[in-house]
Structure formats: structure tokens, C-alpha cells
Design a protein around this ligand. Structure first.
Ligand code: HEC
Ligand code: HEC
Length: 413
């Protein structure tokens, strides 16, 4: 994690400068045969001694402790950066490449689609087996800030997290041996790993290492930064960035009645804690015990990690279960009464901030107006047009067209 003191170049200057460096690098790309990894950092990062360092206006503000809950100018939580441009770019290829899956049908991008806020539009994701998995795919925007991963917080790092999808029979269904064999069998990938870690791949027969595969994918994911929404312009002092109804929505969101900001705390719109709020499962689905199992903490039964609400407009349906089709439904859940959706026989320790706010229809509408101001895809990465494996990047629930419903928004088979 890096903390930067105030006084860095304004972000605009950095972007202009990055563009200049990028242009300078282009002829180089064109000359090389095959794929050449980027030598410049993604937008929002500055290259410092070979490492891409995050640059954001939020780095000028004091930490949350000094600013209170819901303050506009609050600092960022800890985050990961410091990967090289080449490592990030290699991760981008791996993220989109279905060669990572056992049968070549699924990539990370199948369930984390750039055009769907890096989620997949489904109530429950579908992977290599064609069977829906247990939960809904979360957005990957701003995952660099997440201290724990998965809805139930069972993973402590991005590298640990990805072992889940890679080796799960219902997701990418590969094995470490198969994954390494597949990548090592592709000369282009051997060359790209050499570009990303020159010192480790000096000898021509050096094999691709698993820890480098994980690190590259993690590097790419930490580059998915979304901190430049209209809300952010407003937070940085541009009062006209929000309309009156949106400002009203922000005030409801921060109010002691609705209490949304107590858990969905700016600037990330999550306090990263686990909260038991008692959302319902889809019809016919068993109760999801959430974080109590992996954390061995019975009071967290039904508890889930408070999700960030950034780009939330793009990632319907909502909650771990994908139970709510719209933001309006998700917001209305909070005014349905404490514990109203808890199944009979379950005695959940519902969080004390979940109460009976009695929000009016108009207030719910304003909340939805406000949540839509958190959309920012300006740093959306480019999808590779060709992959080192020669395969096609996969979206929309995998390559098994026909086997999988494509309109999966409310598929809870
Ligand atoms: C079959 C669909 C599917 C595929 C393929 C898939 N994911 Fe996911 N991903 C999910 C689902 C569903 C969850 C939530 C699971 C849970 O919380 O129990 C998730 C969770 C995550 C999270 C946690 C985010 C957070 O905020 O907690 C990360 C990070 C992630 N995936 C990255 C990846 C990467 C990297 C790959 C490729 C190696 C990948 N995923 C492949 C469906 C998928
Ligand atoms: C006690 C903490 C807490 C409070 C207060 C709270 N939330 Fe949440 N919120 C959560 C948790 C935990 C989840 C995930 C629950 C689940 O998946 O079952 C969530 C999920 C959501 C989601 C869906 C996110 C997604 O990615 O699917 C939205 C939208 C949301 N909350 C909006 C609100 C609004 C609006 C308010 C105020 C009216 C609010 N929240 C108050 C903890 C809280």
C-alpha cells in the first residue's frame, strides 16, 4: 500500500503526460512481431521507477477517522498498486483468455464482463459446467481497495480469491497442472511472461510460474479504478455536478434515518465490514449462511460483506443472491422493516443500523437517483482484440451458446 502526500501533479496533467508517453511507444508496438506488452501504466496511474502508482484527488484528503461518516472529502482506504505496466497488461490478456479454463469455454470475463460493470447480469453466475453457481458475481471495479474478497469474505487476497473460480468444477474447472501445461504450450505466453518478469525468464526454456499467473491477474484487477463519477466531482467541490433530486438523494443516503452511509461509507461506499441485514433468497433457494461458516462466527449467520455501491447502476440484479432486479427494489428492502425477510426458524443477529426508517416512495426514488451518480467507467480497460492463445475472449455466460440462457438477469434455476 502506498500513501501519497498532497502536492502531486493534477490528474489531468498526468493523463496528458501518459497519453504522450503512450504515443511515443506506439511505433515500438507496431514493429514487434506478435504481442508486445504495454510499457505505460493504465489511466489513473503514474509510472514511478517501473511501478504504476495510483493517482487520485482523494489522496489529498485525510483519512476517514478525521472526517466522520458520510463526509465528502474523506481519504481512501488502503489499496494495492505498484505493479509494472507489463504485468498489468499481461493480466489483461489472461483475464479475457478462455485458455485458462479446463475446456476452453470460460474466461474470467465470462462472469465479470466489462460492459456489465464487471459483473454478468445474472442472479447466479454460470460457468464451465453449465450449472448456476451459489451466488451472484460481484463487480470488480475498485477491487484494489477490498481487504477481504467474496460475499462471505472468505479470501484475504486477490491471489487467494482466484483459486476459487480457476479450480471450481462449476466455474473454470481447470487444475494447476492443466493451467501451466496450457500456458507453457503457447510460445506467445512464454514470451509475454518474459516481458513481464525479464529476470525470471532469462533462459529460453524457463517455464511459466503459477505465482506469476496469479500476480498478473491480480495486477490487472487492481487497475480497475472508478473514482471519477459525478458524485466525485461533487465531492471535490463542483456543486453543480449533481442535480437537485440527486442531492436530495445523497442527503437521504447520509441521513440518520436511512443510515446507508454508516455501512456504505464514502468514498468507496463500503466500510468493508460484514453485516447481517437479512436479505431474502430467491424463491426455492436454501438460506445462505454467508460469513458465519468461513469465519467460524455463529453471530455472523446470514452476514455478507458490505458491497461497494460504485457503478451499482450497471450490475443488476442485486445482493449476494441477485434477488432484487432493480435498484428501487434493493433500496425498498431497507424500509420493509427490520428482519422482515428472514425465514421462519432463523434467529439472525440483524445489524443495529437496520431499522424502520419509514422511507417514502419519493425518498426511495431520490436514493435511486443518487446511486446512479456513482457510475464512472472512464478508466475501462480495452479488451484485447487478439489473445495469445488465438482463442476468442468470452462473454455472456461462456461459449456454450444455446446451453445457457442468455437473458439470465433473473435466472435462478
Ligand atoms: C462462473 C462465473 C465466474 C467466473 C468464470 C469467475 N468468477 Fe469471479 N466471481 C463469481 C462469483 C459468483 C463470485 C462471488 C462468489 C461468492 O462470493 O461466493 C465471484 C467473486 C469474485 C471476486 C470477489 C470480489 C469481491 O468484491 O469480493 C473476484 C476478485 C473475482 N471473482 C475475480 C475473478 C477472476 C480473476 C476470475 C478468473 C480467474 C473469475 N473471477 C472468474 C463468478 C465468476
Ligand atoms: C448495516 C449495514 C447496511 C446498511 C445500513 C445499509 N446497507 Fe446496503 N448492503 C449491506 C449489505 C451487507 C449488503 C449485501 C447483502 C446481501 O447480499 O444479502 C448490502 C447491499 C446493498 C445493495 C446491493 C449491492 C449489490 O452489489 O448487489 C444496495 C443497492 C444497497 N445495499 C443499498 C443500500 C441503501 C440505499 C441503504 C440505505 C437505505 C443501505 N444499503 C443501507 C449493508 C448495509
Amino acid at each position: 500500500m502506498t500513501r501519497h502526500k498532497p502536492g502531486f501533479l493534477p490528474i489531468v496533467a498526468t493523463v496528458v503526460w501518459l497519453a504522450a508517453v503512450w504515443l511515443a511507444a506506439v511505433p515500438h508496438v507496431a514493429q514487434a512481431s506478435g504481442i508486445k506488452l504495454s510499457q505505460v501504466c493504465p489511466a489513473g496511474f503514474e509510472l514511478v521507477q517501473g511501478q504504476c502508482k495510483l493517482r487520485s484527488l482523494y489522496q489529498m484528503y485525510p483519512s476517514l477517522e478525521d472526517a466522520g461518516v458520510g463526509g465528502l472529502k474523506t481519504g481512501l482506504p488502503a489499496y494495492r498498486d505498484g505493479f509494472s505496466p507489463q504485468q498489468i497488461d499481461l493480466g489483461r490478456y489472461l483475464f479475457f483468455d478462455p485458455v485458462l479454463s479446463g475446456d476452453g469455454s470460460v474466461s474470467c470475463a465470462s462472469c465479470h464482463q466489462p460492459d456489465r460493470g464487471f459483473a454478468d447480469g445474472r442472479g447466479r453466475s454460470v460457468g464451465a459446467s453449465g450449472h448456476p453457481v451459489r451466488r451472484s458475481a460481484p463487480s470488480l471495479w475498485n477491487v484494489a481497495f477490498q481487504q477481504r474478497l467474496f460475499w462471505d469474505a472468505r479470501a484475504g487476497s486477490l491471489e487467494e480469491q482466484m483459486l476459487g473460480p480457476l479450480y471450481d468444477e462449476h466455474e473454470m474447472a481447470t487444475s494447476p497442472e492443466q493451467l501451466l501445461a496450457a500456458l507453457n504450450g503457447i510460445p506467445q505466453y512464454r514470451e509475454l511472461f518474459r516481458q513481464a518478469w525479464p529476470a525470471d525468464y532469462q533462459s529460453a526454456d524457463a517455464n511459466i510460474r503459477l505465482d506469476h499467473v496469479y500476480q498478473a491477474i491480480a495486477a490487472f484487477q487492481t487497475s480497475l479504478i472508478s473514482l471519477n463519477s459525478r458524485y466525485d466531482h461533487y465531492a471535490h467541490g463542483y456543486a453543480d455536478a449533481l442535480t437537485e433530486p440527486e442531492k436530495e438523494g445523497l442527503n437521504v443516503f447520509r441521513s440518520f434515518v436511512a443510515r446507508c452511509a454508516e455501512c456504505h461509507t464514502p468514498p468507496l461506499f463500503t466500510n468493508q465490514q460484514i453485516a447481517v441485514i437479512g436479505t431474502p433468497e430467491p424463491e426455492g433457494m436454501p438460506f445462505d449462511p454467508g460469513a458465519s461458516e468461513p469465519l467460524g462466527e455463529p453471530t455472523l449467520r446470514g452476514g455478507f460483506k458490505v458491497p461497494s455501491l460504485r457503478n451499482i447502476e450497471l450490475t443488476a440484479p442485486y445482493m449476494h443472491s441477485g434477488r432484487f432486479a432493480t435498484l428501487r427494489e434493493a433500496a425498498a428492502f431497507y424500509t420493509g422493516g427490520r428482519g422482515h425477510a428472514v425465514p421462519e426458524g432463523e434467529d439472525l443477529k440483524i445489524h443495529w443500523h437496520i431499522w424502520e426508517p419509514g422511507l417514502t416512495d419519493a425518498e426511495l426514488d431520490r436514493l435511486v437517483d443518487f446511486l446512479a451518480t456513482l457510475t464512472d467507467e472512464s478508466f475501462k480497460p480495452r479488451e484485447p482484440t487478439e489473445l495469445p492463445s488465438g482463442m476468442r475472449p468470452v462473454h455472456n455466460g461462456g461459449a456454450r451458446e444455446g446451453a445457457v440462457p442468455q437473458d439470465g438477469a433473473l435466472t435462478h434455476e
